[in-house]
Design a binder for this molecule. Structure first.
Ligand SMILES: O=C1O[C@H](COP(=O)(O)O)[C@@H](O)[C@H](O)[C@H]1O
Length: 232
């Protein structure tokens, strides 16, 4: 499916515009079905967008928020994506939203993936909105180059749900929604910032293996159009 690049003069402009687009999409889903869902990414990029979105005036009590991926660490760990969402998105008006974490307080990451899959089944498919990020190594969600479960994660026939991932570039073991869970969101966004990420995107758009740059799976095979939001 084709992608569209939306370029902004500044990260602040991008954050405001993406927050407006997401708020409109959530409100439209609520008007149509009574509820709405969004899966967001962690990392360093989404902070300003989260803060802008948290102030938007929508029926947040009807919105379920979850994460595209998570580190296998509790929510008080500075590397937790849950912590980032708590501090920046689940604030202001968005405090009323329901948040479904991927991390589970159990002995193994495999058990956490199983439990998180069960719990997130309550969210209707497909997601209304998925916001992906991209690392400098071409990973998205926790689809890491060299990842222990990469082939399974990006195989379109792997069912919706959460699986584990371990990779050299990942730090802790990870929990990640599979490709099939994310690729058909009604609004599928790739949010990246900086000249370096633009270069990574250009490389990913070229030829080469998906295993080398897993973002290629999304750019090449997502059934929903990919809306790329970029600012310097
Ligand atoms: O590890 C992760 O990294 C990516 C990209 O993060 P960034 O810091 O380069 O913005 C992110 O999309 C993913 O959710 C996160 O777990």
């Amino acid at each position: 499916m084709a992608s569209t690049l939306h370029s902004f003069a500044s990260a602040a402009d991008l954050a405001g515009s993406l927050a407006d687009k997401v708020a409109d999409t959530l409100s439209a889903a609520i008007a149509a079905r009574g509820t709405a869902s969004i899966a967001v990414s962690g990392g360093s990029t989404p902070k300003a967008f989260f803060q802008a979105l948290s102030t938007r005036d929508i029926a947040w009590e009807k919105v379920t928020i979850t994460l595209v991926d998570e580190r296998f660490v509790p929510a008080d760990n500075p590397r937790s994506n849950h912590l980032l969402v708590d501090a920046n998105l689940l604030q202001n008006k968005a405090k009323a939203a329901r948040f479904l974490p991927l991390y589970q307080d159990v002995a193994s990451v495999e058990e956490a993936a199983r439990l998180a899959t069960e719990k997130t089944k309550a969210i209707s498919s497909p997601f209304d909105i998925v916001i992906l990020g991209m690392g400098g190594d071409g990973h998205t969600a926790s689809f890491f180059p060299g990842g222990s479960n990469l082939a399974k994660a990006i195989d379109a026939s792997t069912p919706r749900g959460i699986i584990t991932m371990e990779a050299e570039g990942a730090g802790e073991p990870r929990l990640t929604f599979t490709f099939s869970s994310l690729e058909d969101a009604a609004l599928l966004v790739l949010h990246i910032e900086g000249e370096g990420k633009k270069d990574v995107l250009a490389k990913a758009e070229g030829s080469g293996d998906e295993a080398e740059m897993p973002i290629r799976a999304v750019l090449r095979r997502a059934t929903s159009p990919v809306e790329i939001y970029w600012a310097p």
